[in-house]
Design a protein around this ligand. Sequence first.
Ligand code: TUI
Length: 308
Amino acid sequence: MKTRVTELLGIEYPVIQGGMAWVAEYHLAAAVSNAGGLGIIGAGGAPAEFVRDQIRKAKELTDKPFGVNVMLMNPEADAIAQVIVDEGVKVVTTGAGNPAKYMEMWKAAGIKVIPVVASVALAKLMERGGADAVVAEGMESGGHIGSTTTMALVPQVVDAVKIPVIAAGGIADGRGIAAGFMLGAEAVQMGTVFLTAKECTVHQNYKDMVIKAKDIDSVVTGTSTGHPVRGIRNMMTKEYLRLEKEGAELMELEKLTLGALRKAVVEGDVVNGTVMAGQIAGLVKTEPSCEEIVTGLMAQAEALLKRA
Ligand code: TUI
């Protein structure tokens, strides 16, 4: 299936893997790229030199294009932006902020820039600033989210910009991909479905929690701090929401979340850690390879779109 996004990125399938902090390291990114999608290394809160090492390792595993996601709240974002240029990365996605200050340096280096946006206003601003495409991410997504659903956000962004739009949030099978296309998107980005991929190195406890999750098992913490984050309900989120309801100070809330994603992803502590995942986790029941995910989902989507 050819779209402006597959052409822009030089990929076979219009499927982008979300740049999930701690989760999306080079094994996953290379596997998705080798499967014909676009794999992404999630820089998250990592130091710049760690990101450089991840990029070099990904290059050893794939000759296909892959990207790096810059989480803009990372204090090392400036240094990471430079590492991306130095290491010849072809595609950048950004999240949790406005990447305007890096746009010029990335464009000058010939990098395709794809900001993740949660509103029409930011999508328009990014287009004006030279973005090659945008990911319109609905609040069904895991991790840091906006407040509009994918169903409402994607068509409004599609109407507001001329650059290609990539749909994200709540997509984990061929039906979701086909729906994204019906809304006017020219590719999809998925995160949750790759959490349980064979090549995804997150702790087995994390994968099991995603596999066990039902439709209503995710919650949003941090609404009161201005940084809403979706994850699967556990003891940590219960405690967080209780403190938030009581009007706890930011410092007290941050004590709970500091290092909590690492705790869940690396140590497998899914009781005290943050198990970020989207609302579509209830659909994720197996542990396939990235190749099986990308080709299987695309076959389903193409069959549905032919019928539509
Ligand atoms: O960035 C994401 N998802 C993420 S980032 C992340 S790491 C993190 N961990 C704990 C707390 C906070 C972050 C985990 N998941 N998705 C893309 C995304 N970007 N969703 C929403 C936004 C966004 C939000 C506000 C983009 C821009 C924005 O404001 C723009 C401005 O004007 O500053």
